[in-house]
Design a protein around this ligand. Structure first.
Ligand code: NAP
Ligand code: MG
Length: 402
């Protein structure tokens, strides 16, 4: 069989620990034999980030802006223990945070559905994608403990010196206050990323806040979404046969539980943090979650939702067998290859991505899986395999399909 050619390079961001091992296996067994892989390689492994004073992370994000599509392996976010382990010059920032700051995007996370790994919510038949606004609110909040009686106010001072004041509370005793903010520009980017992603994936978009209580703060989110939708997206949504639906957050939560899935749920920063953990654990496993960062100007960075699986890596280093699930990392590749194919009009590449996903799902549904899935599956006669054999089993299924 002739290998599939690629016209534009994919930005490849390599990573750390067990996922770095899986990364190479996936390329060797599932990609190189079928594609003349054209990537611009950036080594985001912690050693090289340290060597380049983290410049490589910035370069990889800039390359993503240039080419439009990237695929990223999980990376270590250094803490005190890693400082010692890798003798780091500095406690480098989270690569995901750095990349997000440069691309200014929204993160979309969706579960990968397979028969035999059943959601805890029995009426969920299709994936629920969470779109989380990744800027501001309580994550950039300022807080104060109030020591005793006194007046707390919100004060805004304009550049011309004019002041606006609002009473927060007249305290009679001890208490607490919190100040937080968001920026209309960031909310607009969030809205556009969500509308574009809904069009891309042909799914309805839901958005919810608590605008009945938060009449200025949350209401601004609601208004910005509605204005942008009315001005730029009404026709496109109609053409695509999808809808935009706004409701109160409590109503949304109730509806999500009773729904069958198959839509995107846009969440403010805190709601997204909390709800994505609920949705992902209810669907089964972090190792079965895809994650993509979409920037408002249409750049895409695909990754797995989990980390570097450190505990498995240490076993691997000791020469012990591991059974690490590579599905989310495979889907990071297929997501990126499909998007690259779509942008380049490369149908073969898009079809290959579809087939690799089908082969991955079929392998699990036929009973071959890693340990994490074997623990939660409803299938009988399961064959539990190690990290390498799982990828080889997918290759077998794929070759049969091609
Ligand atoms: P983790 O790598 O997600 O792993 C936590 C545990 O979840 C594992 O020990 C394993 O459980 C299970 N698990 C996760 N992915 C799995 C997979 N693919 N197959 C099988 N089991 C899987 O989280 P962590 O241990 O908290 O973090 C490790 C490193 O990853 C940290 O340095 C952190 O900074 C980094 N991290 C990176 C990203 C990213 O790049 N996007 C995200 C999160 C964390 P068992 O041990 O019980 O088998
Ligand atoms: Mg969380």
């Amino acid at each position: 069989m002739e290998k599939i050619k690629m016209t534009t390079p994919l930005v490849e961001m390599d990573g750390d620990e067990m996922t770095r091992i899986l990364w190479k296996m996936i390329k060797d067994e599932l990609l190189h034999p079928f594609i003349e892989l054209n990537t611009e390689y950036y080594d985001l492994g912690l050693e090289y980030r340290n060597e380049t004073n983290d410049q490589v992370t910035i370069d990889s994000a800039e390359a993503t802006k240039k080419y439009g599509v990237a695929v990223k392996c999980a990376t270590i976010t250094p803490n005190a223990a890693r400082m010692e382990e890798y003798t780091l010059k500095e406690m480098w920032k989270s690569p995901n945070g750095t990349i997000r700051a440069i691309l200014d995007g929204t993160v979309f996370r969706a579960p990968i559905i397979v028969k035999g790994i059943e959601p805890c919510v029995k009426n969920w038949k299709k994936p629920i994608t969470i779109a989380r606004h990744a800027y501001g609110d309580v994550y950039k909040g300022t807080e104060m403990k109030i020591p005793g009686a006194g007046k707390a106010e919100l004060v805004f001072t304009g550049e011309d010196g004019t002041e606006v004041r609002e009473l927060i509370h007249q305290f009679n005793g001890e208490g607490i206050i919190q100040g937080m903010h968001n920026i209309n520009g960031s909310i607009s980017s969030f809205a556009r990323s969500c509308f574009n992603y809904a069009l891309d994936t042909k799914q309805d978009l839901w958005f919810a806040t608590k605008d009945t209580i938060s009449k200025k703060y949350d209401h601004t989110f609601k208004d910005i979404f509605q204005e942008i939708f009315d001005k730029e997206y009404v026709d496109k949504f109609e053409k695509a046969g999808i809808t935009y639906f706004y409701t109160l957050i409590d109503d949304a939560v109730a509806r999500v539980m009773k729904s069958e899935g198959g839509y995107i749920w846009a969440c403010k920063n805190y709601d997204g943090d909390v709800m994505s953990d609920m949705v992902s654990s209810a669907f089964g496993s972090l190792a079965m979650m895809t994650s993509v960062l979409v920037s408002p100007d249409g750049n895409y960075e695909y990754e797995a939702a989990h980390g570097t699986v450190q505990r498995h890596y240490y076993k691997h280093l000791k020469g012990e067998e591991t059974s690490t699930n590579s599905v989310a990392t495979i889907y990071a590749w297929t997501g990126a290859l499909r998007k690259r194919g779509e942008l380049d009009g490369n149908k073969e590449l898009m079809e290959f991505a579809d087939k690799l996903e089908k082969a991955t799902v079929a392998t699990i549904e036929n009973g071959t899986m890693t340990k994490d899935l074997a623990l939660i599956t409803t299938l009988d006669n399961v064959k539990v395999v190690n990290s390498q054999d799982f990828i080889l089993a997918i290759r077998n299924t794929l070759e049969e399909m091609l």
